[in-house]
Design a binder for this molecule. Structure first.
Ligand code: GLU
Length: 305
């Protein structure tokens, strides 16, 4: 039996004592105001145990991590038909890249690039009467708390400076892969990125990906087992922008990061783990979050490989 509590505390202490590196995402002014030394961890196991340390109760901005849930909502309804609109290949490019889109005829390489998530947001507007409400209701139900919410300040802040996302949605529209009004699509995408959540809630939320698509309370199936396998494969290959290979190599778990400094990763059949530390490395991934997960899978020997 692995003593998760003492392992996560030990690694958290060890990393906290060392110098922290990286910058916060200044292109979202509201995120630049955050206390950069925050550092929280939460782990939920499939057997129902939870372990936490550090700032695990403090809320932060979910940012790109939400792309996994947006994709799940679209994929659960459309199945493989979705892949006509967005691919499943790692891009090897930064999250906000416009570079390959024109040559790829407006079909983003994968759903975890901004271009891909914008297309998925467009799909959600066609599939759900009120996608914001459906997303929030699902998140609240799975985590058993009403305290998860959209952060209007963060969303508004990103809307003032999100020039690349404005460019992306317009390019996608001109290439025929956005069907709804560009403003409506971008608003949905940025509102979803703004959601405030803590490590405990995030770990709990992602348990379905460790549990064949079923929520941990056994109340609903967000995805079927085959879709869950595919979702984890996309997280492993595309979950960390152009650092996905490095994450797979060092950590060995499917996961997803966001520029709010959060990272969530799962070991199918075992656990889900969320780490948050706001300073980002040059690829846009949490510096301490990556270090923590690398040490965690090394110390426990728990990875998919
Ligand atoms: N809202 C962010 C953006 O679209 C999400 C980026 C991220 O977390 O990677 O730029």
């Amino acid at each position: 039996m692995i003593d998760y509590q003492s392992i996560i505390e030990q690694i958290h202490n060890d990393i906290s004592l060392r110098k922290n590196y990286g910058e916060v995402a200044s292109y979202i002014p509201e995120l630049a105001a955050i206390n950069t030394e925050k550092f929280g961890v939460s782990l939920s196991t499939i057997k129902g145990q939870t372990y936490h340390t550090g700032d695990w109760e403090t809320k932060f901005s979910i940012q790109s991590i939400i792309k996994v849930l947006l994709l799940s909502m679209a994929y659960s309804k459309l199945g493989g038909q979705l892949w006509q609109r967005v691919g499943v290949e790692p891009s090897g490019t930064p999250f906000n890249s416009l570079g390959t889109l024109e040559n790829d005829a407006g079909v983003p390489r994968n759903p975890f690039s901004n271009a891909g998530a914008i297309v998925v947001s467009d799909v959600l507007l066609d599939l759900y009467e009120d996608p914001r409400q459906s997303l929030l209701a699902m998140m609240r139900k799975v985590t058993g708390t009403d305290s998860i919410h959209y952060d209007a300040k963060v969303a508004a802040s990103e809307k003032t400076k999100g020039y690349r996302n404005v460019a992306l949605v317009n390019l996608l529209k001109s290439l025929g892969n956005v069907h709804n009004d560009v403003e409506q699509v971008l608003d949905l995408y940025l509102d979803c990125c703004s959601i405030a959540i803590n490590c405990k809630q995030l770990a709990k939320l992602f348990m379905f990906l460790a549990n064949h698509g079923e929520t941990i309370d056994g109340q609903s199936n967000l995805l079927n087992p085959s879709q869950t396998k595919r979702m984890n494969a996309i997280m492993l290959t595309c979950g960390f922008y152009d650092e996905a290979g490095d994450f797979a190599y060092k950590v060995g778990l499917p996961g997803k990061s966001g520029v709010g400094g959060g990272i969530v990763a799962v070991l199918p059949g075992e656990f889900s783990i969320a780490v948050w530390s706001p300073r980002l490395n040059e690829k846009g991934n949490s510096y301490r979050g990556l270090k923590f997960l690398e040490q965690f899978t090394s110390a426990t020997g728990q990875s998919i490989f």
